[in-house]
Design a protein around this ligand. Sequence first.
Ligand SMILES: [Cu+2]
Length: 112
Amino acid sequence: MKTRLVALALSVLPPAALAAQDHSAHGQPAGPTAPKLHPLTGVVVEVMAEKQALLVKHDEIPGVMRAMTMMFRVEAGVLGQVKKGDAIKAQMGRNEENRWILRDVQVVAAAK
Ligand SMILES: [Cu+2]
């Protein structure tokens, strides 16, 4: 009986509720789910040392976010390792303050 109820609940859940998370409204509250990381590629538009952040023009992250330019908090050590114009890859997620962050930032092509 219990199994049947779970199956029923799942079948009732509209697929749209699971997909289509457009993060154009940055800073919206995170859901109750555990923090998730998404692979990201993009180009550093600006190193914002005073905010310990990078302004990054990132490619589309399918199912998560359209291509756009936005700010990401990074670990302090990253600031000295990237520069304006560098192409990077990283893992995108949110920190405890619900701000967008990048982890595992790697330069894949240095600015010319
Ligand atoms: Cu974005």
